[in-house]
Design a protein around this ligand. Structure first.
Ligand SMILES: [Zn+2]
Length: 341
C-alpha cells in the first residue's frame, strides 16, 4: 500500500474543504469526516490543525434562537451545507431548517477524532430534539420535516447516542424492531422493509444493533447465536458477496466495488467471521483500485474519489495492513482508546 501517497491525497483534500465557494450542494461535514478520520486511520493526524478543524466543525451546529424555538421540533444537531437555507417565517432573514442526522454523525466523529470532549456540547438538547425524528415504526427521518426514512438514519441516531453516552435520544426497542423488519429472506438487510438486501443497509443494521447493545461482539467465533437476527443466513449472504475477482459486491450480480470491502467486511468483523474471507484475493482487488495519485477508486483502474478512498483505507485496516490504525468498526472511525467497544 502506498501510504505516503494516500496521506498527500488527503492533505490536498483537506486544503480545499473549508472553502464555501465550491459546489453549493457539497456536504462539508461528510468531506471533513472522510479526510480527518482517513488521516487518523493512516496515522497522519499531525498533518492537520486540530484546533482549526474543531472550531470550524462547531460552527455548523444549529442553536435555538430562544427557549420557544428549542421546542419547535427542529433537530439541534449539525447541518452539512451553509447553502441550504430558507427564509424564516417572517421572511426577514435566512435560517436553517435544522440539523441533519448524517451531518451530525460526521461532525461528532470528526470532533471525537481530534480529541474534543463531546460532553462539552449541549448533549441534552441534541438528544431531546433528535428524539422527534424517530417515527412510529422505529425508523428515523434525517431532518425534522419531509424526508425519506431508512436504516441509514437509524444507524446515525444510534452512533450519535453512543458517542454522546446517552440513549435518551431514541427508543431503542422500537429501533431494534425496525431493523429486524429490514432483514430479508436471504439474510441481508435492505434499507427499508421489503427492499433488496444491500451491503450498506446490512452494515447500518448490524453496526446499530451492536452499538445499541442488542448484539454481542464476535458472536460467531464464540459459536453463539442471536435472538434478534438470523445470524447464519446473514453470514452466508455476506460471504457470498466476495466475488471471483476477490472484491466485494454490494448486491447479488453486481460488480465488485471498493467500498463494500468495508461495508460487508465490517459486518463480518462485528460478527467475528472476518477470518472466513479470502484475504489475499481481497487485498489483490483493492490494490487494483489504488490510484497512482493516492486514494482509491470505486472500480479498478479509475480515478480516485474521497468516498472510496476512505472505505479503501478502512477495508485495509480491517485486513490489518501494516501502518494503519485498527478501527472501531461499528462507529466507522479509527479506534480511540476511550470508546470502549
Ligand atoms: Zn462504492
Amino acid at each position: 500500500m502506498e501510504k505516503e501517497r494516500h496521506v498527500r491525497f488527503l492533505e490536498m483534500m483537506y486544503e480545499s474543504i473549508p472553502s464555501d465557494y465550491e459546489g453549493q450542494e457539497i456536504n462539508h461535514l461528510t468531506l471533513a469526516y472522510f479526510v480527518v478520520s482517513g488521516l487518523n486511520i493512516l496515522n497522519a493526524l499531525d498533518r492537520i490543525d486540530k484546533e482549526q478543524v474543531l472550531s470550524w466543525v462547531l460552527s455548523f451546529q444549529v442553536h435555538p434562537i430562544n427557549d420557544i424555538d428549542s421546542d419547535s421540533g427542529k433537530f439541534y444537531g449539525f447541518y452539512g451545507s451553509r447553502s441550504i437555507q430558507f427564509l424564516s417565517e417572517d421572511s426577514t432573514k435566512l435560517t436553517h431548517s435544522g440539523g441533519h442526522l448524517a451531518s451530525t454523525y460526521c461532525a461528532l466523529a470528526v470532533l471525537k477524532t481530534v480529541g474534543y470532549n463531546l460532553l462539552d456540547l449541549d448533549t441534552e438538547l441534541i438528544l431531546r430534539s433528535m428524539k422527534n425524528l424517530q417515527q412510529h415504526d422505529g425508523s428515523f427521518m434525517p431532518i425534522h420535516s419531509g424526508a425519506e426514512k431508512d436504516l441509514r438514519f437509524v444507524y446515525c441516531a444510534a452512533a450519535i447516542c453512543f458517542m454522546l453516552n446517552s440513549w435518551s435520544g431514541m427508543d431503542r426497542e422500537k429501533a431494534m424492531e425496525y431493523i429486524q423488519s429490514c432483514q430479508s429472506y436471504d439474510g441481508g438487510f435492505g434499507l427499508v422493509p421489503g427492499s433488496e438486501s444491500h451491503g450498506g443497509g446490512t452494515y447500518c443494521a448490524i453496526a446499530a444493533l451492536r452499538l445499541m447493545g442488542f448484539l454481542e461482539d464476535d458472536l460467531l467465533s464464540r459459536r453463539k447465536t442471536s435472538p434478534v437476527i438470523k445470524v447464519s443466513l446473514l453470514l452466508e449472504w455476506c460471504l457470498q458477496r466476495q466475488a471471483t475477482d476477490g472484491g466485494f459486491q454490494g448486491r447479488a450480480n453486481k460488480a465488485s466495488d471498493t467500498c463494500y470491502a468495508f461495508w460487508v467486511g465490517g459486518v463480518l468483523r462485528i460478527l467475528g467471521a472476518h477470518n472466513l474471507i479470502d484475504r489475499k484475493a481481497l487485498l489483490g482487488f483493492l490494490l487494483t483500485c489504488q490510484s497512482k495519485y493516492g486514494g482509491f477508486s470505486k472500480f479498478p483502474k479509475q480515478l480516485p474519489d474521497l468516498y472510496h478512498s476512505y472505505y479503501g483505507f478502512s477495508a485495509l485496516s480491517l485486513l490489518e495492513e501494516p501502518g494503519l490504525k485498527p478501527l472501531c468498526v461499528s462507529l466507522g472511525i479509527a479506534d480511540i482508546a476511550s470508546i470502549g467497544i
